[in-house]
Structures are given as C-alpha cells and as structure tokens.
Design a protein around this ligand. Structure first.
Ligand SMILES: Cc1cc2nc3c(=O)[nH]c(=O)nc-3n(C[C@H](O)[C@H](O)[C@H](O)COP(=O)(O)OP(=O)(O)OC[C@H]3O[C@@H](n4cnc5c(N)ncnc54)[C@H](O)[C@@H]3O)c2cc1C
Length: 499
C-alpha cells in the first residue's frame, strides 16, 4: 500500500514539522498532513502588496551560542540558509506602562542590574525574584535538555503557584510588581490563573537573549519541510483530517475531507486537543477523557493589524514596543470591550540584517473570540458587510491609539490588513482562535499540563497545548513526543551535542 506509513503526523505547526524531522531522521517512514496550502501553522507568512506579513511568531529567545535554543536550532539545521537579527542589548522589549517607560535588557545579570538601578531599595526582592525564575527553570530537567527524572518535574511547586501572588509576596512596590509582570502578553497571562512556571520559563527564555529572523518565520517552516523531504518524509498540504479510522479497537488510519485515507502504525496530532477529539468516532475513547480534552480552557485570542508602509519612510526598530495605557499590565484579565484598545505590542520585521527602514509593521492586541463569534458559521472571506465594518472600526481605533506614540505609521500608510480571532480559528483549526493554545491554571496544574500520550495507545499529541507554547515550549514538546519512538534520553543527548 503506497499510503501506508510508520507514522502519520497531522498538522505542520512547529510541533508537527519538528516531530516529522526527528522521526524521518531516525529512519521512520513519515507522512505529514496539513490542512492549509501553506505549512507552518503560526509560522506562516502571507504576501500582500509585495510584503511578506507574518501571522504569529515574532521573536525567539535563548538563541545565543551555548544557550538552549541555539542547540535546538543547530540540531534542526535552522542556521543553514537562515539569518537572525540579535535585538537591542539594552532593551529588546520596551514597555510603556501608564506613561512610565521601562526596558528589559538582555542577559540575566544585566536585567538584575537594571532593575536594582531603578528600584535600589528593593534589591532583596529583586534577588529573590530572579532566584525564583532560575530555580523554576532549573527544576525542569527538560529545559537543560536532560531527560526528566521520574516524578521530579511534575512535582514543581511553581506549577501550583500563581505568578502574580508570587510577585506580590516579594514586594509592595506597584511599579516593581508591574515591571516583573510586564512580559505577560507573550504568554497571554491572566492575573488570576497564570502559574509561576509559565511566567518564569518565558521570562528566562527571552531575557537570556532575543532574536528576530531576518525575513519571516515561513522560512523556518519551509527549511524544516525541505529537510523532512530530503530525509525521505512525505508531506501533503490541503489535506484536512476529519476522522480517525479504526480496525476494531485499533487505530489504523485517518480520513481527510478530500476523501483520501492514509494508514500508519502510529499517529501524532499537532492540532488542538479538542479538534483531535472531534475526529474520534463514538465509543473509541472514554467519555470522561474526551470531555476533559474537549473542554480545556483556551488562552485569549488576538487582533492583529498589519500596516503596509511607504518604503524608505519608517525606521526599523530593533526592539518590541509594549504599550499599556493604564498602570495595569494584566490587561488581558481586565480587558473591557468598551474601552478597547488599551494595550498593544509592535513588531518591526527585520527584512535584512541591520536594515534602516521597514515597509510593514505588525501591531497585536488581545481580542475575545466572543466578539466575532456571531460570524463564525459564515464562509471565509464572505462574512458580509457587518463583519467588514467591525474589522475596519477596530483597525482604526487601534491605529489611532498607536499613532499617539508613533505618528509616522499613519503619515506613511499605504494600506492595512487585519486578522481577528476568526482568522486565527480558521487557519489554525482551533476552537476559539486562541493565541497560545490551552491555558495553564495554577489551581489545576495536573489538568492543564497535558501528556503527549493519549488514551489511544498509538495516538500521541504534540505542540503548544502540552507543556508550554512558543518556539521554546513547542520544540521541547516535539522532542518529548518523538522521544517516545526514538528514545528521549538519546535524542536529548544528540540535541545537547549539536554544536
Ligand atoms: C499572534 C501570535 C504571536 C506569537 N508570537 C510568538 C513569538 O514572538 N515567539 C514565540 O516563541 N512564540 C510566539 N507565538 C506562539 C507560537 O507561534 C506558537 O506557540 C507555536 O507556533 C504553535 O505551534 P504548534 O506546533 O503548536 O502548532 P500551530 O502553529 O497551532 O499549528 C497547528 C497546525 O495544525 C494544522 N491543523 C489543524 N487541524 C488540522 C486538520 N484537521 N488536518 C490537518 N492539519 C490541521 C493547522 O493548519 C496548523 O498548520 C505567537 C503566537 C501567535 C498566535
């Protein structure tokens, strides 16, 4: 049978691509099925007015030589043919919090020094905070590319500690508290639920070092895909899986909406767990398990505004700009539709190494799925005038707020494109277009961190819904999932030694 494989991977996000790479490299006959025309999930970029517009990932942490992502990128061949722009040392993320500007400098020592300079009377709290970040990272063996020791990582106290409670326990200074929590947009943090675990890993990851890809993240997806093919793997795009096929109780294949069936010994889903549950016929999985994975709470979605700018007019900035109108950095958890937008994040793409100008920028902010839900059943690109007006009104509100700080955008605007939570839902195949997949909750640590194993013995999961999102979380979950086949200890050793 031509369409019989060792392993079928469903979905070509980073998780699906990296798992397919590892398994092909280890001699498995792999078939990767992707529903979209383009591979990459949130790495996808699309062309408008001659510009490549990124849809998701903007910057990558811990990519300095000797740091963890550097080893991972080496292992996956992601330095060959690709270039990365190191962001500003003295402030790769700049925050305007209720009119006060702060910067996150790169490197934990620089970060500590800068915090102590700003809050000299709070040195002890700052030291304790940084020890908290470091010990959370250290507790997780897999973040130093070591195989988790039995039971150790799952006992992490920081899974069950609320990030904001932890910060508040260290200091009463409201500005310092905001400073410590300022980066929460990149994990869609919610004051009431986000565990210290997520906060610490993400902060450590970016503060260690921060880079942008030169070009766009589609290039990362395409590079992984071409390596998978050279290793003998098969990739089919425009193949949307909608059913898992069983022979008795054994999972043997997948069906796609185009009517094709593919068979394999094992299966890995890179799609959202609720989407994956939707493919399983009645009676093939325990109801309680299906219910649990179908009803997981998702992180908030986003509204993104891509501005197309007149070439040679708007300067490239080598940092991200995070704006909080009020002095509450937990905007996501308090966001009021009537006051929207009160927050934004700006990304200036690095088109060339050290470029002087940009011809587009991306502005992101939170948006709830409920705001666009009423249009969800309408066909893509034909959702009607009311939806178009909604998008226009939101884009203009956001542009007006951004122009208070960056008037050059409006002055040099050619046109713009937007993505709403419906766009994210459609192109990623998630239930609510969430930015970072399922939400982790410190009150329910063992429900919100999913295993890569499922109740179907030859069906596995990978991607941002497992442990952590982002390049960091997803590349690790792809190693954990692939480790199931090739041996995790040996795989992590190979990655550690890839320099
Ligand atoms: C706006 C935004 C900004 C971000 N910025 C950053 C950043 O700066 N840095 C960072 O590290 N991370 C960032 N992230 C997070 C990061 O991009 C994601 O965590 C990561 O890319 C998710 O990868 P994944 O493998 O889980 O899958 P996804 O990217 O979600 O891809 C899943 C794939 O599965 C496919 N699929 C779904 N259903 C089916 C089906 N039925 N059949 C076949 N295929 C299917 C989808 O089409 C998609 O290609 C950002 C995310 C967003 C949304």
């Amino acid at each position: 049978m031509d369409n019989k494989y060792d392993i079928i991977v469903i979905g070509s996000g980073i998780g699906g691509l990296m798992s397919s790479f590892v398994l092909s490299k280890h001699g498995y006959k792999v078939c990767l099925l992707e529903k979209n025309g383009k591979l990459g999930g949130t790495l996808q970029a699309y062309k408008r007015n001659g510009r490549m517009l990124g849809t998701g990932m903007h910057y990558i942490g811990s990519l300095d030589e000797g740091q963890m992502m550097h080893n991972i990128f080496k292992y996956f061949g992601l330095f060959e043919g690709l270039q990365y722009q190191r962001m500003d040392d003295d402030g790769f993320d700049v925050f305007n919090i209720g009119g006060k500007e702060i910067k996150f400098p790169m490197g934990m020592n620089n970060y500590r020094k800068s915090m102590v300079q700003q809050f000299p009377e709070e040195e002890e709290a700052i030291n304790q905070y940084i020890s908290g970040l470091l010990s959370t990272v250290k507790e997780q063996d897999v973040y130093s590319l070591q195989e988790p020791s039995e039971g150790k990582n799952s006992e992490s106290s920081f899974l069950a500690t609320n990030a904001w409670d932890y910060i508040c326990s260290l200091t009463n200074n409201p500005d310092l508290r905001n400073n410590m929590a300022a980066l929460n947009f990149v994990y869609a943090g919610r004051k009431e639920v986000t565990p210290m675990y997520n906060h610490a890993l993400i902060n450590y990851y970016f503060i260690s070092s921060a880079y942008r890809i030169v070009g766009n993240t589609q290039m990362i997806a395409d590079r992984l895909a071409s390596q998978i093919k050279s290793l003998g793997g098969t990739i089919y795009n425009r193949q949307e899986v909608n059913e898992l096929v069983f022979d008795g109780d054994k999972l043997t294949g997948v069906k796609t909406t185009s009517g094709d069936t593919y068979f394999a010994d094992s299966f890995i889903s890179n799609a959202h767990p609720a989407t994956t549950m939707g493919w399983i016929p009645e009676g093939k999985i325990k109801k309680t398990y299906r219910k649990r994975l179908t009803n997981l709470h998702d992180t908030l979605s986003a509204f993104s505004l891509h501005l197309i700018l007149k070439p040679g007019t708007v300067k490239y900035r080598n940092f991200n700009y995070n704006f909080y109108k009020n002095s509450d950095v937990w905007y996501a958890s308090t966001y009021d539709e009537k006051k929207w937008p009160e927050h934004y994040f700006i990304h200036w793409p690095a088109d060339k190494l050290n470029p002087e100008y940009v011809d587009n920028v991306t502005i992101l902010t939170h948006m709830k799925f409920e705001e666009v839900e009423k249009w969800k059943e309408l066909p893509i690109k034909r959702r009607g005038e009311e939806y178009e007006q909604f998008k226009k009104a939101k884009a203009e509100k956001l542009l007006n707020l951004v122009s208070e700080q960056f008037p050059e955008f409006k002055e040099n605007l050619e046109t713009y494109y937007v993505a709403t939570p419906l766009s994210f839902k459609d192109y990623l195949g998630t239930p609510t277009g969430s930015m970072y997949g399922t939400e982790r909750n410190f009150e329910r640590p063992f429900d919100s961190y999913l295993s890569h194993r499922t109740k179907i013995p030859n069906l596995f999961l990978t991607g941002q819904n497992l442990n952590l999102h982002g390049m960091l979380g997803v590349s690790l979950s792809s190693l954990i999932t692939s480790g199931e086949f090739v041996g995790l200890k040996k795989l992590l050793k190979d990655v550690r030694e890839s320099f």
